[in-house]
Design a binder for this molecule. Sequence first.
Ligand SMILES: NC(=O)c1ccc[n+]([C@@H]2O[C@H](COP(=O)([O-])OP(=O)(O)OC[C@H]3O[C@@H](n4cnc5c(N)ncnc54)[C@H](OP(=O)(O)O)[C@@H]3O)[C@@H](O)[C@H]2O)c1
Length: 236
Amino acid sequence: MADTRPVTLALAGQRVLVTGASRGIGAAIASGAAAFGATVIRVARSAMPPLDGAVDYRADLADARDRDRVLREIAAGGIPDAVVSNAGAFMIAPLEETTDALLREQLAINLEAPLAIARHFLPAMRGRGRGVHVLIGSVADAKAFAGNSAYAASKFGARGLHEVLCEEFRGTGVRCTLISPGPTDTAAWDPVDPDHHEGFTRRADMLCTSDVAEAVIYALTAPSHVHLESIRLGPA
Ligand SMILES: NC(=O)c1ccc[n+]([C@@H]2O[C@H](COP(=O)([O-])OP(=O)(O)OC[C@H]3O[C@@H](n4cnc5c(N)ncnc54)[C@H](OP(=O)(O)O)[C@@H]3O)[C@@H](O)[C@H]2O)c1
């Protein structure tokens, strides 16, 4: 039977977890999901912007103990209908300056945290026979850029994680989508100052956070018989 509800309420009655929702792409995804009727569960280390009806948690997702604590708290309220693993960190450095510590930092938030979050919720979603997992990758999850060794290692790894999740949960009702954005104008670029450095997309030419959020909403509201495996988007 066709879904006759107005499109804007396509997520009504759904609980959608968004990690890294205190700013940037995550904040846009959270407000977008709320606008489509979802109850949004937000996680980040710092305070979240105002959003009616949102349920907020503060946690360092790169810290295993703190992460497991917050995931248990969220699960105690019921397994979300959808999980958007967006929290991440971006850095650029030449190889000789890419220390083991910097690599570990990138792997902890961009790869270990998404795997742990998937591990915490997807088996339960499978038991329920339905659920959506959206992972925010990057153009750098499949394309190399000089100075991106640690970031790319973590994002290529995240894409590998996603592709395995697609196979492991295929046909179980759990649908996994990788969203790989190109340069998007957020605070993540502040340390790089792309407008004053050669070889970078100028901020004015980058994607807006709402462009990425709309791709995520498309994945979250896709009919249950449709599996959107990957969306790659960038400045035209
Ligand atoms: N901007 C781009 O050009 C671009 C392009 C492709 C992909 N991406 C990806 O998109 C995602 C969001 O990036 P963004 O540009 O919106 O970056 P951002 O503005 O720096 O926001 C990052 C978000 O992640 C959260 N976060 C970071 N480390 C965390 C931790 N240890 N524990 C909990 N939350 C943490 C931050 O919150 P707190 O600091 O409050 O904890 C913040 O809410 C990332 O996965 C990034 O790799 C970005």
